[in-house]
Write a protein that binds this ligand. Structure first.
Ligand SMILES: Cc1ncc(C[n+]2csc(CCOP(=O)(O)OP(=O)(O)O)c2C)c(N)n1
Ligand SMILES: [Mg+2]
Length: 331
């Protein structure tokens, strides 16, 4: 068994390309709007934007089937939109309103959807990793063929509970895909400064977990790697590690001194490696879409995001009685 890198690309239809374009653009425009609302004081507390990393969730979700589960960290808006949660409910949660997924009581980092099998939204770095294994344990027990996508960052990859989880997931052959979103930074600390071995996908080898690294700025490569990981898990072979090399364009959260990397570094990624622009070019050069058709899609997406923003302003604040609901589960 070997950990390895892949850059293989699959064949792809016009419809697929258009759907990835739409899904990635929705996340980007949603996040830009969230940034604006934050600036206007309509969103309080922590807020971590996903801009730059869109191809990761969109590529992973392309390999998911109904009933598969997902769990992630606080940088979670993209994951929620990619699995089909309603942008209105997500935005209204950001503004702390009754129409939000947690009735305005969870905020950016704490949202859930039973219907879409989205299990959060977690603020403690690495804490979602054992939760992901627990979800996969339930699926294995129920023999329902489902897999769990457990996302975490390069910084979280240095947390002890990740390795306790690897051990148990391997021991019990749990159907869990550990997706490492390596955006090269943990807050202001670069991976080079914090991490002894740079290849995170190899870290499962000690537990017998295969791993693979993939270019996270290429949605087609992510999708191909994801299909392989899903097939591995669904066939009962146990966990899999997918390290997706990506990049965040914005600061860690809304307050970020931005002193740990140069403007040029960010600019270079935006100009040369942007995942949405890459799909746009594939659509245009492959003559799958014209500039005008793409403009019409952009407008559609802007409308969806504007509607979500309007809803998030108009939805009322939660009533005082809500302080006492959904605190404990009824047992
Ligand atoms: C246990 C714990 N330690 C520290 C923090 C503070 N903290 C929040 S995010 C973060 C960086 C995590 O980076 P990474 O896992 O790479 O995810 P990214 O933000 O890049 O998506 C830190 C140290 C925390 N929330 N929880
Ligand atoms: Mg990171």
């Amino acid at each position: 068994m070997a950990a390895r890198r892949t850059t293989k690309k699959p064949n792809v239809s016009k419809e697929e390309l258009l759907s990835y374009y739409r899904d990635m653009l929705l996340i980007r425009r949603f996040e830009e709007k969230a940034g604006q609302l934050y600036g206007m004081g309509l969103i309080g507390g922590f807020c971590h934007l996903y801009i730059g990393q869109e191809a990761v969730v969109v590529g992973l979700e392309a390999a998911a089937e109904e009933g598969d589960k997902r769990v992630t960290s606080y940088r979670d808006h993209g994951h929620m939109l990619a699995c089909g949660m309603d942008p209105k409910g997500v935005m209204a949660e950001l503004t702390g309103r009754e129409g939000g997924y947690s009735k305005g009581k969870g905020g950016s980092m704490h949202m859930f959807s039973k219907e879409k099998h989205f299990y959060g939204g977690h603020g403690i770095v690495g804490a979602q990793v054992p939760i992901g294994a627990g979800l996969a344990f339930a699926d294995k027990y129920l023999e329902n063929g489902r897999v769990t996508f457990t996302y975490f960052g390069d910084g979280a990859a240095n947390q002890g509970q990740v390795y306790e989880t690897f051990n148990m997931a391997a021991l019990w052959d749990l159907p869990v895909i550990f997706v490492v979103e390596n955006n090269q930074y943990a807050m202001g600390t670069s991976q080079q400064r914090s991490t002894s071995s740079q290849e995170i996908y190899e870290r499962g080898l000690a537990f017998g977990i295969p791993g693979e690294a993939v270019d996270g700025m290429d949605v087609l490569a992510v999708k191909a790697a994801s299909e392989k990981a899903v097939a591995h898990c669904r066939s009962g072979k146990g966990p899999y590690i997918l390290e997706v090399k990506t990049y965040r364009y914005r600061g860690h959260s809304m307050s970020d001194p931005a002193k740990y990397r140069t403007r040029e570094e960010v600019q270079k990624m935006r100009e040369e490696r942007d995942a949405i622009e890459a799909v746009r070019q594939l659509l245009l050069t492959g003559k799958h879409a014209t500039e005008d058709e793409l403009k019409a899609i952009d407008k559609e997406i802007k409308d969806v995001v504007n509607e979500a923003a309007d809803f998030s302003k108009e939805s009322p604040e939660p009533a005082l009685e809500e302080l006492w609901t959904d605190i404990y589960a009824d047992a």
